[in-house]
Design a protein around this ligand. Structure first.
Ligand SMILES: [Zn+2]
Length: 221
């Protein structure tokens, strides 16, 4: 029994060291691939804004620091291969969140939505989020929520694939998450007689949804 727990401890220590080592390498590569602009700092207030829920905070933090288990590290001490479970390429952190071909439908969706908000979608925006500014605060909060839900969609579909082998479309998962959130916010607003506030925040420019004159919800994407 003591032997088993000693082995487990050794594996945990090794995993911790490997993740830390990988984190340093990733942080270096992240700065190369998505350098911060002049005078720019990671936008913690944007990543942790009021509309974004806690699981997305954790994923954003882990992504910035490289604290994510991935094939190239797991292969060293588990039976999990170092290849991407979706496309068979070598699975690095950049591959999981930025490069895998399975992400294309999701990135097209984000590109199209952000264009309507007069914004350009980029890996930089996905990782660092959008600064929240006074005059465009409602739009900026909404866009940061979408970016956060996109990261959750990438994370959840990968976990599901590793656990069950199920192939879940990342773009469809993202769309479904946004729809669920909109419906939940609408029902809450309807029950608290605050549909005007809902419309200001969530039906902005009719990009994600709109309200009919009778007050019913119409999803527009
Ligand atoms: Zn892949």
């Amino acid at each position: 029994m003591k032997y088993v727990s000693a082995v487990r401890s050794a594996v945990l220590i090794k995993e911790f060291k490997t993740v830390l080592l990988g984190s340093k390498k990733w942080v270096g590569r992240r700065k190369e691939a998505c350098p911060l602009l002049k005078g720019e700092e990671p936008r913690w207030a944007s990543l942790y804004s009021t509309l974004v829920l806690r699981p997305a905070w954790d994923i954003s933090w882990r992504l910035l620091h490289g604290a994510v288990s991935m094939g190239v590290f797991l292969v060293r001490f588990t039976p999990i291969p170092d290849t991407c479970p979706f496309c068979g390429m070598r699975e690095t952190l950049e591959h999981i969140y930025l490069e895998c071909t399975r992400l294309q439908p999701l990135f097209w969706l984000l590109t199209n939505i952000l264009l309507i908000f007069w914004l350009h979608f980029s890996p930089h925006l996905l990782i660092y989020a959008l600064p929240v500014r006074g005059p465009t605060k409602s739009r900026d909060l909404l866009v940061n929520l979408l970016l956060a839900l996109a990261k959750v969609a990438i994370y959840k579909t990968r976990v599901r694939r590793l656990a069950d082998g199920v192939s879940c479309n990342c773009g469809a998962y993202f769309r479904s998450s946004v729809h669920s959130r909109l419906r939940a916010e609408f029902l809450w607003a309807a029950s608290t007689d605050s549909l005007d506030t809902f419309e200001e925040q969530w039906a902005l420019s009719g990009v994600l949804c709109s309200l009919s004159p009778s007050g019913s919800l119409h999803l527009t994407f």
